[in-house]
Design a protein around this ligand. Sequence first.
Ligand code: FES
Ligand code: MG
Length: 579
Amino acid sequence: MTDKKKPSGLDNGLTNYGDLEFARYLRRSFARSMGYTGVSLDKPIVGICTTESGFNNCHRHFPEMIEAVKRGVLAAGALPITFPVISLGEVFLSPTSLVYRNLMAMTAEEMIRAQPMDSVVLMGGCDKTVPALLMGALSANRPAAMVVGGPMMTGRHKGERLGACTDCRRFWGKHRAGEVDSEEISLIEGRLAVTSGTCAVMGTASTMALIAETLGMMLPNTSAIPAVHADRLRSAEETGTLAAKMAIEGGPLPSSLITRESVENALRVLLAVSGSTNAIVHLAAIAGRAGIDIDLEAFNRLSDDTPVIVDLKPVGTGYMEDFHAAGGLEAVLREMPDKLHLGCRDITGQTLAERLAKSLIDPVDRAVVRSAENPVDPLGGLIALSGTLAPDGAILKRAAATPALMEHEGRAVVFSSLEDLAARIDDPDLDVQADDVLVLQNAGPRSKSGMPEAGYLPIPKKLAAKGVKDMVRISDARMSGTAFGTIVLHVTPEADVGGPLALVQNGDRIRISASEKRIDLLVGENELARRRAAFVVPTAEPPRGYAQLYRRHVLPATLGCDFDFLRASPRQDKDRQDT
Ligand code: FES
Ligand code: MG
């Protein structure tokens, strides 16, 4: 282990063109042009990797947070230097933010490695930014501490609390069904997202923040502090202080924190909080950077042995502000010590056992974080399904599903693409019944839509108008962490590569069984072989650029949609720890 490395400050990674002293002289001279004194430049450097952007509403308070991080770094005797990487504001990216997660991870990895810093503070928040920063930091493997933006506060409408973006969907559903008129829906538009910060429910951003903390990459119990709370700034200052200590004293390296055991702890937390389905993709990608695979059968064993103890939207009732007030992640961890690897360490150097032994949180609000003896649900929120329709797996958020539909057989109503879905879903002549199974093809990682959050297929208007609220929906797409329904996602192999999903036709019978963890296409092998022989790859390769790189190298959802050339082999992981 080389966690304890002497800080090299500005000398870090100095390129030697034959005259190292000149290279140092040149670098110091350019740094001094920014107004730094020699005294400052002699200090260890803490890079602050920031992701503020005019296209990222969730990070709009980062300037104030950066000031707090800097304060902590300076007071602890190191020099803070901020640098940007690309930012991903969830709703502003086309075709989808997921497509750019790997690009962001690459920029983070390369900028952390290429620039002179002894440690780095990772500032993220919005959905894809947290996994991207963790993936990049793990591959760069410099001492790193994460601080997130924290969740938004809720808004109010007619005496009711509103939070992005579960309530966006709820009210839009009511609008589609004719229960909320145009005037009211535009009034609500201004009341859904009312502060800086990430979505107000246990969506992808909050789930990923809890996962980052569970992996040990964040100060204890800071993942859920609301964006506008003073504790958010205090946690930023404390993160700066710790990052300075990491720069001065060395380590710990991300590779010593993100281990098979801490990844399993993160899976437990994901299940116990009934977190976002997207988190399983991101966690697979993060773990993949450490050479760790997430085995879906093992995941199901954890799921059947991890009760849901958090009652938050989108599946429950509360918001993230309630979760923080109720005790945050620590309240969850304290309920399940027997299910966690207590030897895992965090950035402060303490083990999880040490952390929990001195846990000082107030009495927990049991309406929000239940006790293990009185869970919201005795089983974990997510399960993997597999079977003839998804030989390599698919994901079902059973906590968000209608119990009666989790054991179901129905007739397939197939949409071959997002365009086809948009064109026909509300057609009054569409042949569809409430007990049919809606199937969307060609919305997976390699499709031209880039695995959008389109797996939450709308209920056909004519059924919605009759009061149908949920149907079994199956696709190779993802679903927003803030959505709900009996929705099977991430079907692998995806349709674009000719997986069985590509072969489904209208009228085929499909069976799902959450209890058996199965999803099957009830079509004979001869007929499937005939359809397979006629399969034509639906998407042309993009002619150039990042889109081409993406299509050529993106891995399936089960491997986190990372690029094949960025995953670490177990051997590489060992090398990285030794360097
Ligand atoms: Fe940024 Fe939801 S849009 S977290
Ligand atoms: Mg989201």
